[in-house]
Design a protein around this ligand. Structure first.
Ligand SMILES: Cc1cc2nc3c(=O)[nH]c(=O)nc-3n(C[C@H](O)[C@H](O)[C@H](O)COP(=O)(O)O)c2cc1C
Length: 373
C-alpha cells in the first residue's frame, strides 16, 4: 500500500496525523543536514584559523578560500591565490607562491583530519583557483594526535644556530614527511657547507641590487606605527634594533635611494652578513623535484607542512635561504653541488636556534575566506 492509498483511506484526523509524522520526519532530516553542514563549515573556519599561521614568502599569505557549494552531506571549497597579495617581480617568486599555498593547504588538511573531517583534494588550476577541496564527515572518529601549537608557535629563526647537528632519527622522521615525487636531502659536510657559504657571499646581494625586487620586499617591511597584516619587521631580520637604526634604514634603504645604497656597496655587505650566518649552521636541507611544474612546487609545500610540524616538535628551527634559488646562476651552481640531476624547490638552514624566532603579523580568517558568515 502506498502513501497516497493510505491517505485516501484516512479520516481528516488520521490524515493530519500522517501529515504531521511526515513533516516531522522531514524536519529531523533537515536538522541532521543542518547539523552536518554546520559542523563542516565551522570545521573549515577552525582549520583556516590554524592554517593562516603557515609560513609564506615575505609573509605575503597569498591564499584565498571560497566556499562554492554546500549540499546535504558535503561542502566544497576552492582554494587558490589572492592576486593582490602575490609576489611577482621574479619568475621564481611564482614558484614560492605555490609552495606557500601547499604549506597552507597541508596545515588546513591536518586540522580538518584532527576534527574527523575528510578532505578530498583535487588539483584544478583555473585562473587563481588552484585546488578544490571536498569535505565530508568521516565515518569514524580518527584517533589522531594533533597539537595545533606546533603550527601556531612555529616561527622562522634567522639568527645563529647551535653547532649541534641533527641525529639520524631526526633526519629519518623529517624525511618521512615527503609526498609525491619530492625528495629531501640534508647537507652537513664541511666541504659542501663551505661552497654554500661562498655561493651566498657571491650571489645573495642580487635581489637587493634589483630595484623592482627590493621595492617589493621593502613594501613587506612593517616599520614603527604601521599596522600591516602581512610582512615582517626589522626585528625579525636583525633582532632588537634602536629607533634610530630603524629610521635610518627606512629612509636610507627606500627604493628611491637605490642608486645611493648601490654605490655604497650595500648589496655586497648584506650578502657577506648572510654568508657568515651560513657558517653558524650545522645543517641545511633541500627539497628537490623532478620537473619545475606548479603542482611540484605545491607538493613541495604540502611536504614542508609536515616537515615543519615535525621539526617544531623536535625543537628544531628553520630559516629558508631562497635567495640562492631565485636567480639562475646560483641555483644551477647549487643544483650541481647537491641535487643529483634534480631541481631544488626549497632550500633552508635547520638546527637549534640560539634565539627562538618571534611571531609575525597574520591576516584574519575572515579576510582569507570570502564567504565567511
Ligand atoms: C617559500 C618560502 C620562501 C621563504 N624564503 C625566505 C628567505 O629567503 N629568507 C627568510 O628569511 N625567510 C624566508 N621565508 C620565511 C618567511 O619570510 C616567513 O615564513 C614569514 O615571514 C612568516 O614568518 P614565520 O615563518 O615566522 O611565521 C620563506 C618562506 C617560504 C614559505
Amino acid at each position: 500500500m502506498n502513501i497516497a492509498t493510505i491517505l485516501n483511506n484516512k479520516t481528516g484526523l488520521q490524515l493530519s496525523i500522517v501529515a504531521n509524522v511526515l513533516t516531522s520526519h522531514r524536519k529531523s532530516l533537515n536538522i541532521d543536514v543542518d547539523k552536518t553542514m554546520n559542523e563542516l563549515t565551522q570545521g573549515l573556519y577552525r582549520a583556516i584559523d590554524i592554517a593562516r599561521h603557515a609560513p609564506s614568502s615575505h609573509n605575503s599569505q597569498p591564499w584565498r578560500v571560497n566556499i562554492i557549494s554546500d549540499d546535504k552531506s558535503q561542502l566544497i571549497a576552492a582554494i587558490g591565490f589572492d592576486s593582490t597579495r602575490m609576489l611577482t617581480t621574479l619568475p621564481k617568486l611564482n614558484d614560492e607562491m605555490f609552495i606557500s599555498l601547499g604549506v597552507f593547504t597541508g596545515f588546513l588538511k591536518k586540522t580538518l583530519t584532527a576534527q574527523s573531517i575528510e578532505a578530498k583534494v583535487q588539483w584544478v588550476q583555473k585562473g587563481y583557483n588552484i585546488i578544490q577541496i571536498t569535505l565530508t564527515k568521516a565515518a569514524i572518529n580518527h584517533a589522531y594526535y594533533f597539537d595545533e601549537s606546533l603550527i601556531i608557535e612555529r616561527h622562522t629563526a634567522r639568527g645563529p644556530y647551535l653547532s649541534t647537528g641533527l641525529s639520524n632519527d631526526q633526519k629519518y622522521t623529517l624525511s618521512e614527511s615527503m609526498q609525491g615525487n619530492i625528495e629531501c636531502r640534508f647537507i652537513e659536510s664541511l666541504a659542501e657547507k663551505q661552497k654554500i657559504k661562498s655561493l651566498v657571499n657571491d650571489y645573495a646581494g642580487l635581489d637587493f641590487a634589483n630595484k623592482a625586487v627590493w621595492a617589493e620586499t621593502y613594501r613587506h617591511i612593517q616599520f614603527a606605527n604601521q599596522h600591516k597584516d602581512h610582512g615582517f619587521t626589522l626585528k625579525h631580520l636583525f633582532g632588537d634594533v634602536s629607533s634610530i637604526f630603524e629610521a635610518a634604514f627606512r629612509l636610507g634603504f627606500h627604493p628611491k635611494n637605490h642608486f645611493l645604497y648601490q654605490a655604497l656597496g650595500m648589496p655586497n655587505r648584506l650578502a657577506k652578513g648572510l654568508a657568515d650566518l651560513m657558517e653558524k649552521t650545522p645543517c641545511f636541507f633541500a627539497l628537490t623535484i623532478k620537473e619545475e611544474m606548479p603542482k611540484a612546487f605545491y607538493t613541495t609545500g604540502l611536504s614542508l607542512a609536515d616537515f615543519m610540524y615535525q621539526a617544531t616538535e623536535l625543537g628544531l628551527s628553520i630559516n629558508p635561504v631562497s635567495v640562492l634559488l631565485q636567480n639562475d646562476t646560483p641555483r644551477k651552481k647549487l643544483e650541481s653541488l647537491i641535487a643529483n640531476d634534480r631541481k631544488i624547490a626549497f632550500f633552508a638552514r635547520i638546527g637549534i636556534a640560539e634565539h627562538q624566532g618571534i611571531a609575525s603579523a597574520r591576516r584574519s580568517k575572515e579576510s582569507i575566506c570570502s564567504t565567511y558568515i
